[in-house]
Ligand binder design. Structure first.
Ligand code: BEZ
Length: 397
Protein backbone atom coordinates (compact mmCIF):
# COMPACT_ATOMS: atom_id res chain seq x y z
CA UNK A 1 0.00 0.00 0.00
CA UNK A 2 1.37 3.48 -0.85
CA UNK A 3 2.18 5.73 2.10
CA UNK A 4 -0.37 8.33 1.02
CA UNK A 5 -3.10 5.68 0.79
CA UNK A 6 -2.09 4.33 4.21
CA UNK A 7 -2.15 7.86 5.65
CA UNK A 8 -5.55 8.55 4.14
CA UNK A 9 -7.02 5.38 5.61
CA UNK A 10 -5.51 6.13 9.02
CA UNK A 11 -6.98 9.63 8.93
CA UNK A 12 -10.31 8.28 7.83
CA UNK A 13 -10.40 5.77 10.66
CA UNK A 14 -9.54 8.48 13.15
CA UNK A 15 -12.24 10.75 11.87
CA UNK A 16 -14.79 8.00 12.21
CA UNK A 17 -13.56 7.36 15.76
CA UNK A 18 -13.69 11.00 16.77
CA UNK A 19 -17.14 11.73 15.43
CA UNK A 20 -15.92 14.63 13.27
CA UNK A 21 -17.58 12.82 10.40
CA UNK A 22 -21.04 13.77 11.64
CA UNK A 23 -22.71 10.48 10.80
CA UNK A 24 -21.19 9.58 7.40
CA UNK A 25 -18.71 7.08 8.72
CA UNK A 26 -18.78 3.55 7.46
CA UNK A 27 -18.52 2.79 3.75
CA UNK A 28 -16.77 5.89 2.52
CA UNK A 29 -13.74 4.18 0.98
CA UNK A 30 -15.82 2.23 -1.51
CA UNK A 31 -18.02 5.31 -2.18
CA UNK A 32 -14.87 7.28 -2.88
CA UNK A 33 -13.83 4.74 -5.51
CA UNK A 34 -17.22 4.90 -7.21
CA UNK A 35 -17.40 8.71 -7.64
CA UNK A 36 -15.86 10.73 -10.51
CA UNK A 37 -12.35 11.78 -9.52
CA UNK A 38 -11.19 15.22 -8.40
CA UNK A 39 -7.44 15.57 -8.80
CA UNK A 40 -5.72 17.78 -6.23
CA UNK A 41 -2.05 18.59 -6.76
CA UNK A 42 0.01 19.08 -3.59
CA UNK A 43 3.19 21.10 -4.09
CA UNK A 44 4.80 20.84 -0.66
CA UNK A 45 8.23 20.14 0.84
CA UNK A 46 8.82 16.55 1.94
CA UNK A 47 12.57 17.06 2.33
CA UNK A 48 14.68 19.78 3.94
CA UNK A 49 14.11 22.06 6.93
CA UNK A 50 10.39 22.59 6.11
CA UNK A 51 9.57 18.89 5.54
CA UNK A 52 7.63 18.56 8.84
CA UNK A 53 5.50 21.56 7.83
CA UNK A 54 4.63 19.94 4.50
CA UNK A 55 3.72 16.72 6.26
CA UNK A 56 1.45 18.50 8.75
CA UNK A 57 -0.36 20.38 5.94
CA UNK A 58 -0.87 17.12 4.04
CA UNK A 59 -2.22 15.40 7.13
CA UNK A 60 -4.62 18.27 7.83
CA UNK A 61 -5.90 18.30 4.24
CA UNK A 62 -6.38 14.53 4.16
CA UNK A 63 -8.11 14.57 7.53
CA UNK A 64 -10.73 16.99 6.21
CA UNK A 65 -11.31 14.95 3.06
CA UNK A 66 -11.59 11.80 5.16
CA UNK A 67 -14.22 13.54 7.29
CA UNK A 68 -16.26 13.88 4.09
CA UNK A 69 -16.02 10.21 3.24
CA UNK A 70 -13.06 10.67 0.91
CA UNK A 71 -15.08 12.90 -1.42
CA UNK A 72 -15.72 16.61 -1.91
CA UNK A 73 -19.09 17.55 -3.44
CA UNK A 74 -19.56 13.90 -4.35
CA UNK A 75 -16.25 13.57 -6.23
CA UNK A 76 -13.62 11.11 -5.03
CA UNK A 77 -10.44 12.95 -4.17
CA UNK A 78 -7.14 11.83 -5.61
CA UNK A 79 -4.04 13.60 -4.27
CA UNK A 80 -0.91 13.90 -6.42
CA UNK A 81 2.11 15.15 -4.43
CA UNK A 82 5.47 16.61 -5.52
CA UNK A 83 8.36 17.55 -3.21
CA UNK A 84 9.33 21.19 -3.86
CA UNK A 85 12.30 20.95 -1.45
CA UNK A 86 11.61 24.61 -0.50
CA UNK A 87 13.83 25.40 -3.48
CA UNK A 88 12.60 28.41 -5.52
CA UNK A 89 14.56 27.44 -8.68
CA UNK A 90 12.51 24.21 -8.89
CA UNK A 91 9.12 25.91 -8.43
CA UNK A 92 8.22 26.68 -12.05
CA UNK A 93 9.04 23.24 -13.40
CA UNK A 94 7.15 21.45 -10.62
CA UNK A 95 4.11 23.73 -10.89
CA UNK A 96 3.99 23.19 -14.65
CA UNK A 97 4.22 19.46 -14.09
CA UNK A 98 1.16 19.50 -11.83
CA UNK A 99 -0.92 22.03 -13.77
CA UNK A 100 -0.16 20.95 -17.33
CA UNK A 101 1.39 17.48 -16.98
CA UNK A 102 -1.00 16.05 -14.39
CA UNK A 103 -3.87 18.42 -15.33
CA UNK A 104 -4.86 18.79 -11.68
CA UNK A 105 -8.29 20.27 -11.00
CA UNK A 106 -7.00 22.13 -7.95
CA UNK A 107 -3.50 23.19 -6.93
CA UNK A 108 -2.45 23.37 -3.26
CA UNK A 109 0.95 24.78 -2.27
CA UNK A 110 3.20 25.63 -0.57
CA UNK A 111 5.28 26.40 2.55
CA UNK A 112 8.17 28.60 1.33
CA UNK A 113 7.33 32.17 0.22
CA UNK A 114 9.79 32.15 -2.69
CA UNK A 115 8.49 28.85 -4.08
CA UNK A 116 4.88 29.98 -3.60
CA UNK A 117 5.38 33.30 -5.41
CA UNK A 118 6.80 31.47 -8.45
CA UNK A 119 3.96 28.92 -8.29
CA UNK A 120 1.29 31.63 -8.10
CA UNK A 121 2.68 33.47 -11.15
CA UNK A 122 1.93 30.34 -13.20
CA UNK A 123 -1.33 29.49 -11.43
CA UNK A 124 -2.91 32.93 -11.97
CA UNK A 125 -2.14 32.79 -15.69
CA UNK A 126 -3.43 29.23 -15.99
CA UNK A 127 -6.56 30.13 -14.00
CA UNK A 128 -6.37 26.90 -12.00
CA UNK A 129 -8.13 27.00 -8.63
CA UNK A 130 -5.27 27.48 -6.17
CA UNK A 131 -5.02 27.35 -2.39
CA UNK A 132 -1.93 28.47 -0.48
CA UNK A 133 -1.90 26.61 2.85
CA UNK A 134 1.11 28.35 4.41
CA UNK A 135 3.51 30.63 2.49
CA UNK A 136 3.00 34.19 3.64
CA UNK A 137 4.62 36.12 0.74
CA UNK A 138 2.85 39.49 0.82
CA UNK A 139 2.78 39.61 -2.98
CA UNK A 140 0.40 36.62 -3.18
CA UNK A 141 -2.45 38.70 -1.77
CA UNK A 142 -0.81 41.92 -3.00
CA UNK A 143 0.31 42.59 -6.58
CA UNK A 144 0.03 38.91 -7.55
CA UNK A 145 -3.51 38.48 -6.20
CA UNK A 146 -5.99 36.85 -8.56
CA UNK A 147 -9.61 35.64 -8.39
CA UNK A 148 -8.47 32.00 -8.54
CA UNK A 149 -5.84 32.27 -5.74
CA UNK A 150 -6.82 31.81 -2.07
CA UNK A 151 -4.65 31.71 1.01
CA UNK A 152 -5.74 29.86 4.16
CA UNK A 153 -2.80 30.88 6.34
CA UNK A 154 -1.62 34.51 6.79
CA UNK A 155 0.40 37.25 5.08
CA UNK A 156 3.94 37.78 6.35
CA UNK A 157 3.41 41.50 7.03
CA UNK A 158 0.10 40.77 8.78
CA UNK A 159 1.65 38.49 11.40
CA UNK A 160 4.62 40.86 11.83
CA UNK A 161 2.22 43.69 12.68
CA UNK A 162 0.30 41.52 15.18
CA UNK A 163 3.54 40.48 16.93
CA UNK A 164 4.89 44.05 17.03
CA UNK A 165 1.71 45.25 18.73
CA UNK A 166 1.86 42.39 21.27
CA UNK A 167 5.47 43.18 22.16
CA UNK A 168 4.61 46.84 22.70
CA UNK A 169 1.66 45.80 24.88
CA UNK A 170 4.10 43.70 26.94
CA UNK A 171 6.14 46.86 27.63
CA UNK A 172 9.00 46.12 25.22
CA UNK A 173 10.46 49.26 23.65
CA UNK A 174 13.76 48.01 22.21
CA UNK A 175 14.51 44.95 20.10
CA UNK A 176 16.97 43.31 17.73
CA UNK A 177 15.60 41.22 14.86
CA UNK A 178 17.06 37.92 13.69
CA UNK A 179 15.80 35.90 10.72
CA UNK A 180 16.49 34.17 7.42
CA UNK A 181 17.16 36.53 4.51
CA UNK A 182 14.30 35.74 2.10
CA UNK A 183 10.77 37.04 1.53
CA UNK A 184 9.21 35.50 4.65
CA UNK A 185 11.91 36.71 7.03
CA UNK A 186 12.17 40.15 5.44
CA UNK A 187 8.41 40.72 5.34
CA UNK A 188 7.74 39.39 8.85
CA UNK A 189 10.47 41.74 10.09
CA UNK A 190 9.05 44.54 7.90
CA UNK A 191 5.53 44.25 9.36
CA UNK A 192 6.97 43.98 12.86
CA UNK A 193 9.10 47.11 12.48
CA UNK A 194 6.24 49.09 11.00
CA UNK A 195 4.01 48.39 14.04
CA UNK A 196 6.77 48.47 16.67
CA UNK A 197 8.31 51.75 15.54
CA UNK A 198 4.87 53.37 15.06
CA UNK A 199 4.21 52.55 18.74
CA UNK A 200 7.48 54.08 19.93
CA UNK A 201 9.71 51.00 19.75
CA UNK A 202 13.35 51.15 18.63
CA UNK A 203 15.20 48.55 16.54
CA UNK A 204 18.84 48.28 17.58
CA UNK A 205 19.98 45.77 14.94
CA UNK A 206 18.66 43.63 12.08
CA UNK A 207 20.51 40.33 11.78
CA UNK A 208 19.85 38.04 8.79
CA UNK A 209 21.27 34.69 7.62
CA UNK A 210 20.89 33.08 4.20
CA UNK A 211 18.04 30.50 4.00
CA UNK A 212 18.29 27.70 5.23
CA UNK A 213 21.52 28.29 7.22
CA UNK A 214 21.52 27.09 10.80
CA UNK A 215 24.95 28.31 11.85
CA UNK A 216 23.70 30.76 14.45
CA UNK A 217 26.86 31.39 16.49
CA UNK A 218 27.73 34.73 14.84
CA UNK A 219 24.19 36.06 15.27
CA UNK A 220 24.03 34.91 18.89
CA UNK A 221 27.37 36.56 19.67
CA UNK A 222 26.02 39.84 18.25
CA UNK A 223 22.87 39.59 20.37
CA UNK A 224 24.93 38.84 23.48
CA UNK A 225 27.08 41.91 22.82
CA UNK A 226 24.08 44.20 22.14
CA UNK A 227 21.94 42.97 25.07
CA UNK A 228 18.67 44.33 23.62
CA UNK A 229 15.52 44.33 25.72
CA UNK A 230 14.16 41.52 23.47
CA UNK A 231 14.78 39.67 20.23
CA UNK A 232 12.11 39.27 17.50
CA UNK A 233 12.88 36.25 15.38
CA UNK A 234 11.39 34.29 12.47
CA UNK A 235 12.64 30.76 11.89
CA UNK A 236 10.55 27.63 11.32
CA UNK A 237 10.83 23.84 11.21
CA UNK A 238 14.24 22.30 11.85
CA UNK A 239 15.91 25.73 11.75
CA UNK A 240 13.66 27.06 14.53
CA UNK A 241 14.39 24.05 16.75
CA UNK A 242 18.13 24.58 16.38
CA UNK A 243 17.91 28.35 16.91
CA UNK A 244 15.96 27.94 20.17
CA UNK A 245 18.41 25.33 21.49
CA UNK A 246 21.46 27.39 20.46
CA UNK A 247 19.91 30.53 21.99
CA UNK A 248 19.58 28.77 25.35
CA UNK A 249 23.04 27.19 25.09
CA UNK A 250 24.51 30.67 24.46
CA UNK A 251 23.10 31.76 27.83
CA UNK A 252 20.61 34.21 26.28
CA UNK A 253 17.45 32.48 27.52
CA UNK A 254 16.45 34.23 30.73
CA UNK A 255 18.49 37.36 29.95
CA UNK A 256 17.13 38.52 26.56
CA UNK A 257 13.50 37.38 26.03
CA UNK A 258 12.98 35.69 22.68
CA UNK A 259 9.79 36.56 20.78
CA UNK A 260 8.53 35.91 17.30
CA UNK A 261 5.70 34.84 15.05
CA UNK A 262 4.47 31.47 16.34
CA UNK A 263 6.28 29.53 13.59
CA UNK A 264 9.28 29.77 15.90
CA UNK A 265 7.73 27.32 18.35
CA UNK A 266 4.93 25.49 16.47
CA UNK A 267 5.72 21.88 15.66
CA UNK A 268 9.06 21.97 17.54
CA UNK A 269 7.72 21.91 21.12
CA UNK A 270 9.04 18.43 21.88
CA UNK A 271 12.32 18.90 20.01
CA UNK A 272 13.31 22.02 21.97
CA UNK A 273 12.25 20.78 25.42
CA UNK A 274 13.34 23.02 28.30
CA UNK A 275 15.22 25.39 25.97
CA UNK A 276 11.85 26.65 24.72
CA UNK A 277 10.17 27.18 28.10
CA UNK A 278 8.68 30.67 28.37
CA UNK A 279 9.09 31.79 24.74
CA UNK A 280 6.22 34.13 23.82
CA UNK A 281 4.92 34.12 20.27
CA UNK A 282 1.95 35.42 18.30
CA UNK A 283 0.01 33.26 15.85
CA UNK A 284 -3.47 32.70 14.41
CA UNK A 285 -3.64 29.45 16.41
CA UNK A 286 -2.85 28.28 19.95
CA UNK A 287 -2.90 24.91 21.67
CA UNK A 288 -5.36 25.94 24.37
CA UNK A 289 -8.01 27.37 22.04
CA UNK A 290 -11.32 25.90 23.03
CA UNK A 291 -14.12 25.92 20.51
CA UNK A 292 -16.19 23.01 19.16
CA UNK A 293 -14.42 22.98 15.76
CA UNK A 294 -10.99 22.87 17.38
CA UNK A 295 -11.96 20.24 19.95
CA UNK A 296 -13.22 17.92 17.18
CA UNK A 297 -10.22 18.66 14.95
CA UNK A 298 -7.67 18.00 17.67
CA UNK A 299 -9.32 14.75 18.75
CA UNK A 300 -9.46 13.47 15.15
CA UNK A 301 -5.87 14.49 14.38
CA UNK A 302 -4.54 12.89 17.57
CA UNK A 303 -6.46 9.69 16.88
CA UNK A 304 -5.02 9.54 13.34
CA UNK A 305 -1.41 10.42 14.07
CA UNK A 306 -0.83 10.00 17.80
CA UNK A 307 0.44 13.57 18.14
CA UNK A 308 -1.12 16.98 18.69
CA UNK A 309 -1.77 19.04 15.55
CA UNK A 310 -0.06 22.37 14.90
CA UNK A 311 -0.91 25.48 12.90
CA UNK A 312 0.26 23.90 9.63
CA UNK A 313 -2.25 21.06 9.99
CA UNK A 314 -5.01 23.63 10.62
CA UNK A 315 -4.07 25.54 7.46
CA UNK A 316 -4.18 22.32 5.36
CA UNK A 317 -7.52 21.32 6.93
CA UNK A 318 -8.99 24.76 6.21
CA UNK A 319 -7.75 24.74 2.60
CA UNK A 320 -10.02 21.74 2.04
CA UNK A 321 -12.90 23.39 3.97
CA UNK A 322 -12.75 26.43 1.66
CA UNK A 323 -12.58 24.21 -1.42
CA UNK A 324 -15.50 22.11 -0.16
CA UNK A 325 -17.66 25.22 0.30
CA UNK A 326 -16.84 26.35 -3.24
CA UNK A 327 -17.43 22.91 -4.78
CA UNK A 328 -20.77 22.53 -2.99
CA UNK A 329 -21.94 25.73 -4.72
CA UNK A 330 -21.16 24.34 -8.20
CA UNK A 331 -22.11 20.71 -7.62
CA UNK A 332 -18.46 19.68 -7.83
CA UNK A 333 -17.99 21.19 -11.32
CA UNK A 334 -14.57 22.88 -11.21
CA UNK A 335 -15.09 24.19 -14.74
CA UNK A 336 -17.63 26.71 -13.39
CA UNK A 337 -14.74 28.88 -12.25
CA UNK A 338 -16.46 32.23 -11.72
CA UNK A 339 -19.15 30.70 -9.45
CA UNK A 340 -16.65 28.39 -7.73
CA UNK A 341 -14.26 31.23 -6.91
CA UNK A 342 -17.05 33.58 -5.82
CA UNK A 343 -18.34 30.94 -3.38
CA UNK A 344 -14.83 30.30 -2.04
CA UNK A 345 -14.23 34.03 -1.57
CA UNK A 346 -17.48 34.31 0.38
CA UNK A 347 -16.69 31.30 2.61
CA UNK A 348 -17.31 31.91 6.32
CA UNK A 349 -16.98 29.04 8.73
CA UNK A 350 -15.83 27.93 12.18
CA UNK A 351 -12.17 27.01 11.76
CA UNK A 352 -10.19 25.32 14.54
CA UNK A 353 -8.40 28.72 14.77
CA UNK A 354 -11.71 30.58 15.39
CA UNK A 355 -13.94 32.43 12.92
CA UNK A 356 -12.66 32.25 9.32
CA UNK A 357 -13.45 34.71 6.54
CA UNK A 358 -11.49 36.22 3.67
CA UNK A 359 -10.45 39.83 3.19
CA UNK A 360 -11.09 41.22 -0.33
CA UNK A 361 -7.62 39.96 -1.39
CA UNK A 362 -8.61 36.37 -0.37
CA UNK A 363 -6.31 36.21 2.66
CA UNK A 364 -7.83 35.30 6.06
CA UNK A 365 -9.06 38.17 8.19
CA UNK A 366 -8.50 36.56 11.56
CA UNK A 367 -7.62 36.69 15.24
CA UNK A 368 -4.00 36.51 16.36
CA UNK A 369 -3.25 34.99 19.74
CA UNK A 370 -0.49 35.62 22.25
CA UNK A 371 0.94 32.26 23.36
CA UNK A 372 3.57 31.07 25.80
CA UNK A 373 5.47 27.81 25.38
CA UNK A 374 5.15 25.83 28.62
CA UNK A 375 5.41 22.09 29.19
CA UNK A 376 5.48 21.34 25.46
CA UNK A 377 2.38 23.41 24.61
CA UNK A 378 2.00 26.81 22.97
CA UNK A 379 -0.60 27.79 25.53
CA UNK A 380 -3.09 30.57 24.95
CA UNK A 381 -2.33 33.76 26.90
CA UNK A 382 -4.85 36.07 25.23
CA UNK A 383 -5.99 37.68 22.00
CA UNK A 384 -3.22 39.87 20.54
CA UNK A 385 -5.23 41.26 17.61
CA UNK A 386 -8.86 40.65 16.69
CA UNK A 387 -10.06 40.29 13.09
CA UNK A 388 -6.82 41.60 11.60
CA UNK A 389 -6.66 41.76 7.77
CA UNK A 390 -3.60 41.77 5.51
CA UNK A 391 -2.37 45.05 4.02
CA UNK A 392 -3.05 43.66 0.50
CA UNK A 393 -0.97 46.49 -0.98
CA UNK A 394 -1.16 46.45 -4.78
CA UNK A 395 -3.98 43.88 -5.02
CA UNK A 396 -6.24 44.93 -7.88
CA UNK A 397 -8.17 41.73 -8.63
C1 BEZ B 1 7.23 31.24 4.36
O1 BEZ B 1 8.25 31.03 3.67
O2 BEZ B 1 6.34 32.01 3.98
C2 BEZ B 1 7.08 30.53 5.67
C3 BEZ B 1 7.77 29.37 5.92
C4 BEZ B 1 7.58 28.72 7.13
C5 BEZ B 1 6.70 29.21 8.07
C6 BEZ B 1 6.03 30.39 7.83
C7 BEZ B 1 6.22 31.06 6.63
Amino acid sequence: MSSSRREFLTAAGAVAVSGLLGGVAAPFVSRARAAAGLKIGLLLPSSGTFAPLGEAITRGAKLYVASKGGTLAGRAVDFVALDDESAPPKAAELTNRLVFGESVDVLVGTVHSGVAAAMVKIAREAGVTTLVPNAGADAITGPLCAPNVFRTSFANGQIGVATGRAMLAAGIREAATCTWRYAAGEEMVGGFKQAFEAGGGKIVKDIALPFPDVEFQGALAEIAALKPQAVYSFFAGGGAAKFIKDYAAAGLKGTVPLWGPGFLTDGVEQAVGAAGEGIKTVLHYADGLSNPANDAFRAAFKAAHGIEPDVYAVQGFDAMQVLDIGLAAVGGDVAKKAELHAAMAAAKFASPRGPFEFSPSRNPKQNFYLRELKGGRNGLVGVAAEGLADAAKGCKA
